[in-house]
Design a protein around this ligand. Structure first.
Ligand code: SF4
Ligand code: SF4
Length: 396
């Protein structure tokens, strides 16, 4: 086989934490130690040689790269100190940029050099929207006590649809819409290339119902229960951070959906529903519990990451830390804004709320290119694995 190594790809992997890939001498200890590696199709030994050879196209279409949970069992046992877990993580980081759309934004979000623009863009957008809204002032203590942040973007006479809700829906709807569209494009492209690489018969296409029932739903259940995560040994503590974080996102998702329904649909018929939730409202309680779970989860993952860097001598990467910082910023500013509201501090409260909007917009907008994308790509890889198994005997 004539291999043409992609040197830029190898360089990218080394910069993203895969700097030890050349140390591998193919002993296969890592594939034996990996608790998630399947008999007959082991990883990560094969990925290590592909990475050494710079076989980019082979790696970005390899579902096993996305099935790795970065537990570090392989890294802890590699006799050469090659850190295959970190190499696979670097390949995933590369893949999110590779499949990312629009390309300039995906590239920007892949490195710390892009941070000024990554932060500056939402800051400018939200500030301009604040100017356009005509609000442009801090509330009085009385206004702040009665409305909280409900008039951040001002008010208007159209009582059926609050101005604040309109502005937030435009900013966050556009950011999340763009993020999800980019994820959809990336996953579709990955799925097609994985099918081609696995030699799956083009005629074997399950119906939508079958796909959800046999491949997607079982994958989601497995992910929700953290079954594979729990098989890891070296970094098992990560479950204690990842699980509350995931549940926190589910809780906040439910609260956001309810909020949208209450404000954007019910509010059209009963305008009085446009106010803030009271502290005793069940959805407010869920929001607060989720925010605390989010902060707890991110604190555990933060400490765990620090511990892994110290114990396994793992390289600190922008890819790993950017998502931790982003989520921490969302949690701290969200809870901070609420505490400042109850403390009756309108000016600092408004500034922290502004930063909260910035951090939420960053989370949505950069979702397809940051580590957050693993939510979608790993779920797809789980589903693809089941799909591939179901296709045995039906390959082209
Ligand atoms: S990464 Fe380490 S354990 Fe795995 S094959 Fe290479 S040398 Fe062996
Ligand atoms: S980091 Fe864990 S899951 Fe990933 S290849 Fe290594 S042992 Fe397997």
């Amino acid at each position: 086989m004539n291999v043409q190594p992609d040197l830029d790809f190898i360089r990218s992997l080394k910069e993203a934490g895969g700097d030890t890939l050349k140390k591998c001498f193919q002993c296969a200890t890592c594939s034996v130690m990996c608790p998630l590696s399947k008999e007959g199709k082991p990883f990560p030994r094969k990925e290590m040689i592909w990475a050494q050879w710079g076989m980019r196209d082979k790696l970005v279409t390899d579902p096993d790269v996305f099935l790795c949970h970065q537990c570090g069992d392989c890294t802890a046992n590699c006799p050469r100190g090659a850190k295959p877990g970190d190499v696979l993580s670097a390949i995933r980081a590369y893949a999110y940029t590779f499949y990312g759309w629009p390309k300039p934004l995906a590239k920007l979000a892949s490195s710390a050099k892009g941070l000024p623009i990554l932060i500056g863009l939402p800051v400018v957008v939200i500030f301009v929207m604040w100017l356009l809204s005509g609000a442009m002032r801090f509330p009085t203590s009385e206004e702040f006590a009665s409305h909280g942040y409900q008039q951040f973007f001002g008010t208007w006479d159209f009582r059926w649809y609050a101005k604040n809700i309109f502005f937030i829906a435009v900013i966050m709807g556009a950011s999340l819409g763009l993020g999800l569209f980019a994820v959809f494009k990336g996953i579709r492209s990955m799925w097609k290339t994985m099918c081609a690489e696995a030699g799956l018969n083009k005629d074997y296409r399950p119906a939508v119902g079958q796909f959800i029932k046999e491949f997607l739903w079982p994958s989601l259940v497995e992910i929700l229960k953290h079954d594979r995560f729990r098989e890891c040994k070296t970094n098992i503590d990560r479950v204690q951070g990842h699980l509350p974080l995931m549940l926190a996102f589910i809780g906040l998702f439910i609260v956001t959906c309810w909020s949208l329904f209450k404000n954007d649909i019910l509010g059209l018929f009963w305008p009085s529903l446009h106010g803030p939730l009271s502290l005793t409202d069940p959805f407010k309680i869920l929001a607060n519990v989720s925010a605390i779970a989010l902060l707890f989860g991110i604190f555990v993952l933060w400490s765990n990451r620090k511990k892994a860097e110290a114990q396994l001598n793992t390289q600190a990467t922008f890819y790993d830390w950017f998502l931790i910082w982003e989520i921490a910023a969302v949690g701290i500013t969200g809870l901070g804004a609420e505490v400042l509201r109850w403390a009756g501090m309108p000016v600092i409260g408004y500034i922290v709320y502004f930063l909260h909007l910035v951090s939420v917009m960053m989370l949505f907008l950069y979702l397809p290119y940051t580590k957050f994308a693993h939510l979608f790509y790993r779920t797809s890889a789980y589903a693809f694995e089941k799909y591939r198994q179901s296709s045995f005997g039906k390959t082209a």
